[in-house]
Design a protein around this ligand. Structure first.
Ligand code: GLN
Length: 545
């Protein structure tokens, strides 16, 4: 680590869901716009080792990095806003910290010592914060949860100590809070923020900046009051007003002076304004689209859109690339099990079936895929959606009614089955039926080779790609010929030819299924080619309906 690397710690107070992740990601992008090299990390106080085994209803989407970490969805924001790939070393939970401490204890590394939260757990957290850093100018560390959570305390103690060790000239604390608006009084309330800062001070942390979420403009006298009571410079009380699009946040924060004040804190001179043209261009397209296109997402977690965060964003990016607004019609796949598909799907120009696990709603997904195939509606199947697309063709075109996945029905015709071994970086990964569920899927980036002349090859413009994976089951290659006769081609495979990665139906305007998660790599300023092409196909279809 260079001794010029500076650390910004971001905490949240008052309530959860304040958009701390977005705030951190936006700060990273405005610091980048000033020419700095930035890296972002997330520290989550919950006890799971990683979010991989949590229900999306509990936690939202599980984001996967190239190196195969299953992480919090905030890492998706970080990558989308900064373009900097996150690694395993950028995401940690209490569970993982304790696991490390206990492993060391068993190994005898602390021989003779009584193992305690301070210093053993806090030291492990400090080691994580300071590890794997090269020449970055800024490391932004977001602490999950809300100030006052019991699980969060060791993390606050650890960041206090890091700031103490490095000195205030290399560390900064930003606290994200909420100023509730009380309509009957016509006032913004500052008291919860004051209490939250008091609580932080109890832990020995004096925030240097407050980022105050607010529905309305914060009057200067309120800023002054907050500054005085919270012991913060008035110009460091930054308003974070609600905005129309998340991609406006970097512009809005910079406008409020956030980057200038961060630089000032570290004694960095800011002579010019940051170059935010990239974000301005994106906002221009978002606010002045040439048209609107409706796309159905047929999934299981449609009640909680956080579960499909990256997907939602990737569709928006596909829209930005085509100068169109993408309107997503979220359809709970269970509805397709007892309602007519045309009643739910005839008003959309494309259908997407995302990743998933378990039986609920699965047959509804198959109904949606059949509709897309038969009505020539552009279709994109992702992971489980691709597996279901293959099952649909096997059931309804080949005629094997019992074709299914062994994930749900062990006695089926096993078109999709458990992967027991696969190649990874020259070696072999092996899994058994009775192994652990946590962290054991085929995770992270794997290469895929695309067949020439396929739609996928045109979409990507190359035959060699790398995409991120998160799955335990896989389409069985032995059905390739049967699928081919039924009009479905396997056009993307792992380099050893053993694992199908992409399927398509050539006799269809746009029908692609992918075993990987392209949504995880899409960025607003670098939209994923599959989403760009999928939305383009949807726009063409919309001109026909
Ligand atoms: N449940 C399927 C599997 O494990 C698909 C997973 C997914 O969609 N991410 O293979």
């Amino acid at each position: 680590m260079s001794d010029k690397t500076k650390f910004v710690f971001i905490t949240g107070g008052v309530v959860s869901s304040l958009g701390k992740g977005l705030a951190s990601a936006s700060l990273s992008s405005i610091l980048q716009a000033r020419g700095f090299k930035v890296r972002m990390r997330k520290l989550d106080p919950y006890l799971n080792v990683d979010p991989g085994t949590m229900s999306p209803y509990q936690h939202g989407e599980v984001y996967v990095t190239d190196d195969g970490a299953e992480t919090d969805l905030d890492l998706g924001h970080y990558e989308r806003f900064s373009g900097v790939p996150c690694h395993k070393t950028d995401s940690i939970t209490s569970g993982k910290i304790y696991q490390r401490v206990i492993d060391k204890e068993r190994h005898g590394d602390y021989l003779g010592a009584t193992i305690q939260v301070v210093p053993h757990v806090t030291n492990e957290i400090k080691d994580f914060i300071l590890s794997d850093i090269t020449d970055e100018d800024f490391i932004l560390c977001e602490i999950g949860g809300t100030i006052g959570d019991i699980e969060g305390q060791p993390f606050l103690e650890a960041i206090r100590q890091v700031a103490y060790d490095l000195g205030r000239e290399r560390s900064m604390f930003i606290h994200v809070t909420l100023l509730p608006y009380i309509p009957t009084a016509g006032e913004l309330k500052t008291k919860p923020t004051q209490h939250s800062v008091k609580k932080l001070q109890e832990y020995g942390i004096q925030p240097d900046m407050l980022l105050c979420r607010s529905q309305i403009e914060i009057p200067q006298n309120e800023k002054r009051k907050i500054a005085l009571f919270c012991n913060i410079r008035e110009e460091n009380v930054i308003a974070a007003l609600d905005v129309k699009s998340i991609y406006q946040v970097p512009i809005a924060y910079s406008h409020e002076g956030m980057d200038t004040q961060v630089c000032k804190h570290f004694g960095i001179e800011c002579k010019t304004a940051p170059d935010l043209s990239k974000w301005e261009k994106i906002m221009e397209t978002i606010t002045h689209p040439e048209g609107e296109v409706r796309v159905a997402v047929v999934g299981k977690y449609t009640q909680l859109l956080e579960a499909y965060k990256s997907l939602n964003e990737a569709l928006t990016h596909g829209g930005i690339a085509n100068k169109y607004k993408v309107k997503i019609k979220w359809i709970d796949s269970e509805r397709l099990e007892h309602e007519k598909p045309e009643d739910l799907l005839s008003d959309v120009s494309a259908i997407l079936v995302p990743g998933g696990f378990g039986q609920r709603g699965t047959n509804g997904k198959i109904v949606a895929i059949k509709y897309a195939r038969e009505h020539k509606v552009p279709f994109l199947g992702i992971c489980y959606g691709m597996q279901m697309a293959v099952i649909e063709t096997m059931q309804n075109v080949v005629g094997i009614k019992n074709a299914y996945t062994t994930e749900l029905r062990p006695d089926c015709e096993p078109v999709v089955g458990l992967m027991t071994e696969w190649e990874k970086e020259g070696g072999k990964e092996k899994r058994s039926k009775d192994g652990d569920l946590g962290g054991t899927m085929r995770l992270g980036a794997y290469p895929c080779v695309i067949s020439p002349n396929s739609l996928a090859s045109k979409v990507y413009g190359t035959l060699n790609i790398s995409e991120r994976h998160r799955h335990r089951y896989e389409v069985n290659m032995k059905y390739e010929d049967m699928l081919k006769k039924a009009g479905m081609l396997i056009v993307g495979k792992s380099p050893d030819g053993k694992l199908p990665e992409i399927v398509e139906i050539p006799d269809h305007p746009w029908f692609i299924g992918v075993q990987f998660h392209p949504e995880l790599k899409s960025k607003p300023f670098d939209p994923h080619p599959l989403f760009v092409s999928f939305i383009e196909a949807a726009i063409s279809k919309s001109r026909l309906i």
